[in-house]
Design a protein around this ligand. Structure first.
Ligand code: HT7
Ligand code: ZN
Length: 891
């Protein structure tokens, strides 16, 4: 498609003040009547009314109730243009659409007999002709009418005005949204649903009605989403003073959805995966995900809806900020039950670790590949391709750095100013950072480069101790490698939190030359140029630096540390994040060492010192189990591939299997005793402390099953058979599937039998098999399994959750099997991308992206992947979504 450029932004000549929509819902022929009061924009250049439209059948247009004159209304390639002399005109457009034929899950579509909409980013234009851009904010009223038997529930944004019966078994409802909003926040739902309801008072004492709408059979899985919503509401009041602004707030679950959820004003629509959870069907991770997605969408009501984006290049304005807010919320939820400040710090660190794991395995590869872009991109072909880890996760890191630089209070003052200036507006990232700077008298000009520069910076840290002067000089140097289309990089403003650890393992007080000692043992250094040195005084012995504590910036830290130093920090770093990171670095070194040995035909030997450092943590009963579960888990294969040069999945897999087996074998007694001690008493409840114990228990079981001794497999089988909740049942199944135990096949069959009518649980079953490693040559090839599973009656290419679980599981979480040397994995990938491209371009593009990092692999692997890209590229009728990915990958 054509390139859309950020610097080409122009306001439209006409905006819209009010919209009145009328939907006569019908599966094949829905009639949409749209009455817009279009108003000339005094700040824009003169021009026609511009309305975007896609795939619409135009029935009629009138202007102020009259037929247009000849040539006054023109159909362009992308919609309609209307010439008007007046400053204001009532445009009525009637269109017809076919929701049952819409498999893209964008615009108005059907799912399990109901009607649902998804308008972000540009879905509204396939519902009706409209200036479908986020800078056009209007007041909406909606009337919808549908068959009362199949669609007894009729919902739209805002407040319900009226409902009533109609002839022929039909009925209607009218809704009004009192707030200005852009079209991407419009939503309607007409379906057979039931609601869990709760009434709560907001901080100012207003009673509001909260609803979670689901299919009746799912009502017993809604309590956690409701609790999460109430927690989110309270948190935004407590932390940011932000109150719910509507009398009613609805969450609706739908089975067919491209992403996680959508923050439509007052009517959030969710993928069932992120609403439904009860102890029988959801794992601790599912509960955690529901809580954070509910929070994320709720928080958008202020950061996204009340203040929205001027154009889609500003997407990180709402997404980076809202991800940051949901991360802070989750950290607070994790810490709320802690009984000491140290426990709370460790609990918060567990959230931070999960965030950084996601960033390193999801965003770092993106930033190093052909789709690399700044958090605020300069150009795109298809906006749907820019709902990325960079815009979301790196965007959140950029907001976090502002928070680190300004402090909690300074950040809050900046937020208050942002809302006081921009409530009800569509603004830019500059407006946001401008408020942060103004409220704090801070200079963030240099910091703005984070918005325009792509690529992950490397941060080099080098320390020199001088015994004579008792000083320690720490030099920080930054470098960002060129990325696609951006050759020259400038130094960034990087906050680097550091500590110095003394020989006894305790933190040293930090005192820079010329400063008085304040007793602080962690401080934030601000690197503003390519290289800078800080000299610490009063240091009696050579310290061990702990750099980038809490992961204070989204960079790759290059620091020379020998094994002994990593083991030392694994044992002593007072910063829980860096303690975890020390363990990750040590593991990475060991795994990549084993892989190199294997590739060279040498035996793989796990260094003894590593085993000692690992075991010392495993048996440490004073550490929080949730923290230990993270610290003893290997880095993800995706991240390790990113660190391996050139990336070579086969030896890496051999190394991972070898290491898991060796550790499981060598420490079987310790794993077993911790496993037995960590049993959680009583009925399942989702609680951070219990979840932490279950996580560590699950980790013990995975190492034990990897070793594969009969006691280990018995333990897993017993847990599988006697489990009373999904975390235990799934944990046992996962441990069995990720092992060589022949019993895994029966366990998979039993699981399938039990849950064959439960779509969300079956997704876990599909995903596990797609991601299964081959622990011996006797194991069936994963590709054959995946192909066979596509024939399972529960699988469907038109349901994104199924595609993400099975195909995504194979393409993204099973490198060694996907990159099999015969190239059959790539042929299968091309086949599926081509098939999906015809029905759901957004999902096709996501699957296509699983190979975008292909140039990091060995030349032999690259040759196979290139052929697959070329095959897709040669396909006729490629969607802009897939074409952009393939084009950039081959460029
Ligand atoms: N803001 C929402 C984005 C979204 C989306 C974007 C493109 C296509 C489909 C989509 N569904 C939801 C999600 C969020 O960030 O909260
Ligand atoms: Zn969002």
């Amino acid at each position: 498609g054509p390139l859309i450029r950020r610097d080409a932004y122009q306001p439209l000549a006409f905006g819209v003040e009010t919209v009145d929509l009328d939907f006569i819902l019908d599966p094949q022929a829905t009639l949409v009547t749209n009455r817009m009061r279009c108003v000339r924009n005094p700040d824009a250049a003169a021009g026609p009314i511009v309305l975007f439209g896609e795939g619409l059948v135009l029935v009629s247009v009138t202007l102020d109730g009259a037929a247009p004159t000849a040539g006054q209304v023109r159909e362009t390639g992308s919609g309609l243009e209307i010439d008007v002399d007046a400053d204001e005109v009532l445009v009525e457009v009637v269109t017809r659409i076919n929701p049952s034929a819409n498999l893209t899950l964008s615009g108005l579509y059907q799912s399990r007999g109901g009607y649902f909409t998804q308008c972000e980013a540009e879905g509204f234009r396939s519902i009706t002709y409209f200036p479908d851009r986020p800078d056009v904010m209007a007041r909406y009223t909606v009337r919808l009418e549908a068959d009362a038997a199949t669609c007894p529930v009729l919902l739209s944004n805002g407040n319900l005005l009226e409902t009533g019966a109609l002839p022929n078994g039909r009925h209607f409802a009218r809704w009004e949204d009192p707030f200005l909003k852009p079209s991407y926040l419009f939503a309607l739902v007409a379906a057979d649903l039931k609601a869990l309801e709760r009434k709560v008072d907001t901080m100012s004492g207003r009673e509001v009605l909260l609803q979670v709408w689901v299919e009746e059979r799912d009502l017993d899985r809604t309590a956690h989403a409701m609790d999460s919503l109430v927690h989110s509401l309270r948190w935004d009041e407590d932390v940011f003073g932000l109150e719910l602004d509507l009398d009613r707030f609805m969450i609706v679950a739908v089975s067919d959805f491209n992403m996680g959820a959508m923050e439509n004003k007052g009517l959030n629509i969710f993928n069932t995966k992120y609403v439904l959870a009860n102890p029988d069907t959801g794992t601790d991770l599912d509960f955690e995900n529901v809580e954070s997605v509910v929070a994320h969408e709720y928080f958008h009501n202020w950061t996204g809806n009340r203040v929205t984006c001027r154009d889609w290049f500003q997407l990180t304005l709402k997404e980076g900020l809202t991800v940051f807010r949901d991360q802070q919320f989750t950290a607070d939820m994790m810490a709320r039950a802690s009984d000491s400040p140290a426990a709370a710090e460790s609990a918060r660190a567990v959230t931070r670790i999960a965030n950084v794991r996601g960033l390193r395995s999801g965003q770092f590869p993106e930033d190093a590949g052909p789709m690399a872009h700044p958090i605020r991109p300069d150009a795109y072909q298809e906006i749907n391709n820019f709902y990325t880890a960079t815009v979301y996760q790196k965007g959140a890191e950029v907001i976090r750095m502002i928070h680190t630089l300004l402090g909690r209070e300074g950040f809050r003052n900046g937020m208050d100013l942002y809302f006081s200036y921009h409530d009800g507006q569509a603004v830019t990232c500059d407006d946001f950072v401008g408020c942060m700077a103004e409220a704090n008298g801070a200079d963030l000009d240099l910091f703005m480069r984070w918005y325009s520069q792509a690529g992950t910076p490397h941060l080099k840290a080098e320390g020199v101790y001088d015994a004579a002067s008792r000083t320690y000089a720490l030099t920080l140097t930054q470098h960002t490698a060129p990325t696609a289309g951006q050759a020259d990089k400038l130094p960034l403003h990087i906050p680097v939190a550091i500590g110095l650890i003394g020989p006894d393992g305790a933190d040293l007080p930090l005192q820079l030359e010329g400063e008085v000692r304040d007793g602080n043992t962690t401080r934030v250094l601000q690197l503003r140029s390519e290289s800078q040195t800080w000299r610490f005084t009063g240091i009696d012995a050579e310290p061990v630096p702990s750099v980038l504590r809490g992961f204070s910036a989204p960079v790759i830290l290059d620091i020379v540390e020998d094994d002994a130093r990593l083991a030392f920090r694994m044992a002593h770093d007072s910063d829980p994040f860096n303690r975890w990171d020390a363990s990750q670095r040590y593991m990475e070194r060991v795994v990549l060492g084993l892989a190199a040995a294997h590739a060279a035909g040498k035996p793989m030997e796990v260094p003894q010192a590593f085993g000692l450092a690992f075991r010392a943590l495993l048996v440490n009963e004073t550490l929080d189990p949730a923290f230990l579960a993270e610290t003893l888990a290997l880095p993800s294969e995706t991240y390790l591939l990113e660190r391996m040069q050139p990336a070579d999945p086969a030896p890496l897999r051999a190394a991972l299997i070898h290491l898991m087996r060796e550790i499981g074998h060598a420490m079987q007694a310790d794993f077993l005793s911790r496993y037995l001690d960590l049993e959680v008493e009583g009925e399942y409840r989702y609680h951070p402390a219990d979840a932490g114990k279950r996580a560590l228990r699950g980790l013990c079981l995975r190492y034990l099953s990897a070793w594969g001794g009969p006691t280990a497999i018995d333990l897993a089988l017993k847990q599988f058979e006697h489990a009373t909740d999904m975390t235990e049942r799934y944990g046992a199944l996962a441990a069995l599937v990720q092992s060589d135990a022949p019993q895994r096949f029966d366990a998979l069959a039993a699981f399938h039998e039990r849950y064959k009518d439960d779509a969300l649980v079956l997704d876990k079953w599909f995903q596990l098999q797609a991601g299964a490693w081959r622990w011996s040559d006797a194991a069936p090839a994963t590709l054959d399994q995946v192909r066979a599973l596509m024939d399972n009656p529960a699988f469907s290419l038109s349901n994104p959750n199924k595609v993400y679980a099975l195909l995504g599981g194979y393409f993204r979480a099973n490198a060694a099997e996907f990159h099999r040397p015969d190239g059959a994995g790539y042929a299968f990938w091309a086949e599926q991308v081509i098939a999906l491209n015809k029905t759901n371009p957004q999902v096709a593009s996501r699957m296509a992206r699983s190979l975008e990092g292909w140039r990091k692999f060995t030349p032999a692997i690259q040759a196979g992947i290139r052929a697959a890209f070329e095959r897709v590229s040669a396909e006729e009728g490629l969607s802009p979504d897939v074409a952009e990915i393939v084009g950039k990958a081959l460029a």
